[in-house]
Design a protein around this ligand. Structure first.
Ligand code: AHR
Length: 659
């Protein structure tokens, strides 16, 4: 195959093009990016069950994950209320030991993983109701202690024992251990109360994020992060929606919430009780932490707000646009912008400063609603109008994102685009971009590389949630859905997005994370367990795009169409900052293809590199036992080289400095 590169500049590539979408789904936050190792640390867990879109309920089960240790010891545990550490999270643990040496342990998702050479901070609140002894905290497995800290308790006169004291210690294991027990032991018989028991690795990024996961995101060089959802912002019901203000408080005071994903796919076969019934949100990653994550990864923040609608798949619940409650949602939007950008003399800017960040976060982008659409019962368009008017009256520079609903080329999608185009005619700032979501067969992505070629240009597109889904959705909980075939299709489609990046200005794969054994949705970009994390082929495609963004596309005069007929999908851009030519090529054939590149006289190619991601078969994928089966490798390119072999089922980024 031949490709004649031209020096004719095409569209300027927006610097925000390739970003991330983080949603607390598949245990991405609690049990995932949030480095907290204790499950149900504040004794507030709820169990959700029932028919996910018709009749479901949540039940308090505050002892979930906790049990006496050793199992047969004489210790009773109960969760009680009365004088908690935090009124927002009113339950706490009361243990009564009948003999010395009794303790209790935590499930900690899959048990505790400690790595030798690292240290872990344990902290908790406790008070000695009727107790004269001390405590010890340890991590044990099969009778062996891997790390231990002794805690000297504060004993106060009987009538003042209700004051909570915070205890802290550091555990430093000499050996690595997995699936171990976290144990708190009482040295004597007596009654002690506990709350907010936490174990965090000391290397947690910003004191919050699991380091390996945060670094995998940083390595991708994401241009933006959309957060915190997804359906999670809508909630199953409005009562269950994500309220960002609840998260702008000290950890102990962040009001616990159950996860809308806890009832996902409850059905008759599983007795209306899903394996994820105990999926809860402790909000250890709240809005402040999302902004910190953006700062850490170098991404722009793109928060998404609820517009007074519960998840439209599960509910018709809404607040009336003319009600005072709706004004609260609008006020939330204004307050969020002030929180992110206001100076410290403002109410919400002062809250941000109080949390440790006096400098503004520089938020430019804001999502109005998640995956919403207009129906006879749901006036989403009017909601958007009201948000837009209120926000732009105070913050005219804010770039607002609308929604085109959950799928392409549907009636609701058509209606949405008619709406944004009509409003955009009157007011070009009405919507900066419209969020399109598609979870779709790889073939569709290959056949529709030109999807955006003829799109109207006046309102931009946010390709906000997408993934190639090679299989029917029968079992989400496996990375086998993240095939190299799917990833190559995503890469192929992204070459079309780059070519059309005058209209598609933001793109993010979804979902981002999944914990092995805890996933409600697949495919997912990054999989992890208690100890390790690995990228899927889709992760590497995203990373290769994120790390190799040109500043301007080079016009191929339609050659990409002929190449696409041969299952070769290409884009060529120039990075004007480095002077590099960047050629991306996805080969969706099973066999290798040769590409002969002709450079114009104005370009003299020097020595470069080719980064190649390839799999033998379309169905190949990475898994926890074989995480590096498909990873990119690099080959040197000689100065003046014009012939390139593109392996079957591959995505290649060729980067060549030009003289
Ligand atoms: O990414 C998973 C879900 O897909 C998101 O929560 C929602 O926006 C979409 O339906």
């Amino acid at each position: 195959m031949n490709l004649k590169i031209t020096d004719k500049k095409g569209v300027a590539v927006p610097e925000d093009l390739i970003g991330l979408f983080f949603e607390d789904i598949n245990y991405s936050a609690d049990g995932g990016l949030h480095a907290e190792m204790i499950e149900n640390r504040s004794f507030e867990f709820l169990r959700a069950q029932g028919n996910w879109d018709k009749d479901y309920w949540v039940e308090y089960d505050g002892l979930y994950g906790w049990k006496p240790y050793p199992q047969d010891c004489s210790l009773s545990m109960r969760t009680v209320m009365g004088s908690p550490v935090s009124e927002e999270n009113p339950h706490y643990l009361r243990v009564q030991a009948k003999t010395a040496g009794c303790g209790f342990t935590n499930k900690a998702y899959d048990g505790i993983y400690l790595e030798s050479g690292k240290s872990y901070r344990v902290s908790f609140y406790a008070r000695m109701a009727h107790y004269k002894g001390n405590l010890s905290v340890s991590v044990q497995k099969e009778g062996k202690i891997f790390a231990q800290a002794d805690i000297t308790c504060i004993h106060v006169p009987e009538d003042t024992w209700r004051k909570w004291n915070r205890y802290e210690a550091v555990l430093t294991p000499a050996e690595t251990v997995r699936h171990a027990d976290f144990v708190i032991t009482l040295s004597e018989a007596g009654v002690v109360e506990f709350d907010f028991i936490s174990l965090m690795p000391c290397d947690a990024v910003c004191g919050v994020f699991r380091k390996d996961l945060a670094d995998m995101l940083k390595d991708m060089k994401p241009a933006f992060i959309r957060f915190p959802g997804g359906c999670i912002i809508e909630g199953n019901t409005l009562a269950n929606r994500y309220r960002f203000k609840d998260t702008l408080k000290p950890m102990e005071h962040r009001k616990h919430n159950w996860s809308r994903w806890a009832v996902h796919n409850c059905n008759a076969e599983n007795g209306y009780l899903s394996p994820y019934a105990y999926y809860n949100q402790t909000l250890g990653i709240g809005y402040y932490e999302y902004f910190l994550l953006c700062e850490y990864t170098g991404a722009k923040p793109l928060p998404v707000l609820n517009v007074g609608l519960a998840c439209q798949y599960q509910s018709h619940e809404l607040v009336d646009v003319d009600s005072p409650e709706f004004q609260e949602y609008i006020q939330d939007a204004l307050d969020l912008i002030e929180f992110a950008n206001g100076d410290i003399s403002t109410r919400w800017g002062a809250v941000r400063a109080g949390m440790g960040h006096p400098e503004p976060f520089g938020m430019e982008l804001l999502g109005i609603g998640n995956e919403q659409w207009e129906t006879e019962q749901v006036d989403f368009f009017e909601r958007y109008r009201r948000f837009e008017k209120a926000i732009h009256a105070v913050y005219p520079e804010m770039k607002l994102i609308g929604s085109a609903g959950p799928e392409l080329n549907s009636e609701r999608y058509q209606k949405a685009w008619e709406f944004y185009h009509a409003e955009g005619e009157k007011n070009p700032e009405f919507a900066y971009a419209v969020d399109e979501h598609y979870y779709i067969r790889p073939d569709w992505m290959l056949q529709n590389n030109d999807y955006y070629d003829a799109y109207p240009r006046n309102v931009k597109v946010f390709f906000g949630e997408y993934a190639a889904h090679p299989y029917q959705w029968d079992n989400y909980n496996s990375s086998r859905d993240n095939t190299i075939g799917g990833a190559v299709a995503e890469a192929a489609f992204l070459t079309g997005i780059e070519r059309n990046s005058d209209v598609v200005v933001l793109a993010s794969y979804a979902p981002l994370f999944a914990r092995e054994g805890y996933a409600q949705w697949g495919p997912d970009m990054i999989w992890f367990d208690d100890a390790t994390a690995y990228g899927t082929p889709s992760y590497y495609v995203q990373k290769m795009f994120g790390q190799n963004q040109g500043t301007v596309m080079l016009d191929l005069n339609g050659q990409e169409k002929a190449l696409a007929q041969q299952e070769l999908f290409v884009s060529v851009s120039l990075d004007e900052k480095t002077g590099d030519l960047i050629l991306k090529a996805a080969n969706s054939k099973d066999s290798a293809q040769e590409l002969h590149v002709e450079f114009p006289n104005s370009m003299i190619p020097e020595e470069g590199t080719a980064e190649i991601l390839a799999g033998e078969k379309k169905e190949d994928y990475n898994r926890i036992e074989e995480p590096d089966k498909i990873v990119p490798y690099t080959e040197a390119i000689a100065a003046g080289q014009t012939d390139f072999t593109l392996p079957g089922n591959s995505f290649t980024v060729i980067r060549i400095p030009l003289k």
